[in-house]
Write a protein that binds this ligand. Sequence first.
Ligand code: VTB
Length: 320
Amino acid sequence: MANIDKHGQIDFLRVTEQAALSASKWVGKGKKDEADDAACQAMRNALNSMDLQATIVIGEGERDEAPMLYIGESLGSGEGPEVQIAVDPLEGTNLCANGAPNAISVLAAAIEGEGWLMHAPDTYMDKLVVGRECASVIDITLPPRVNVRLMAQALGKDVDEMIIGVLDRPRHDSLIAELREAGCRVHLVPDGDLSVAIAALDPEAGIDGLMGIGGAPEGVLTAVAVMCTGGGMQARLKFRNNEEKERAVHMMDGDPERVLMTSDLARGNVVFSATGITSGDLLKGVRFKRGYAQTESIVMRSATGQIRRIETVHQDLPDA
Ligand code: VTB
């Protein structure tokens, strides 16, 4: 186990770096599926080269609909520690295809018996994510205008100095109007609420929180970063139909519509790694130079609360 604890996070860094490098060849080419495949293949190869008995708990979907990194897939050499892995090899497929900001590659891992990741159903999730200073004041059951006021108080600023990230979707029209009405500034993003949520955990990033409905699986990845940074997160699953709700009832204990706290989404000894594909709120993207490429990543570990930003020079580039 020790190797996952201390050095394993660096191996997981290699996994998101390889996925980002492979996806970056597809930036701006208008081909989101090709970009996603490249990221998945690279991530899968990198995980298979590690001494792990890894099981994907959050991935590209069910076995029959995803050729690789499907839920339940076993990866790694079969030697070494058992780990649960949650992946989003290319978060923001459209962003990558359009060369737009905030495409990233992400992985979270929990050591079997020491950590745990929720096996989230592939549905929507209403999320409220904030940094450490606001962690104890938020309550997702209160109106957004109240949360933003409580957050501003905790941060010692005025509401009109706050910036809240929100996915630009018609379902968020009233949320956006309410935040603006309260005086808050809204950072609208076309896709990629995971990048924005993690940026909200970083006091340097200039984003005070994330609100609104995005993917539930990405919510679990977000929760791992929240745990590692000491931030705050509250969430609620949102179902598009009864079938989705029924599925969730079978996958989780208790009321599937209850408020989920960070510890309902991830617990214990967990690690997180994300690498930028296109530059955005959280990370710089992959930059190609003469004969080499440079990546920026963020790597975190709950056991120590260490957060590392790592710039890597890659002189041995993967084949396109
Ligand atoms: C996307 C994506 C997000 O959720 O919006 C998706 O950009 C779900 O929303 O980053 P839509 O179905 O409206 O596109 C995320 O993938 C993750 O939360």
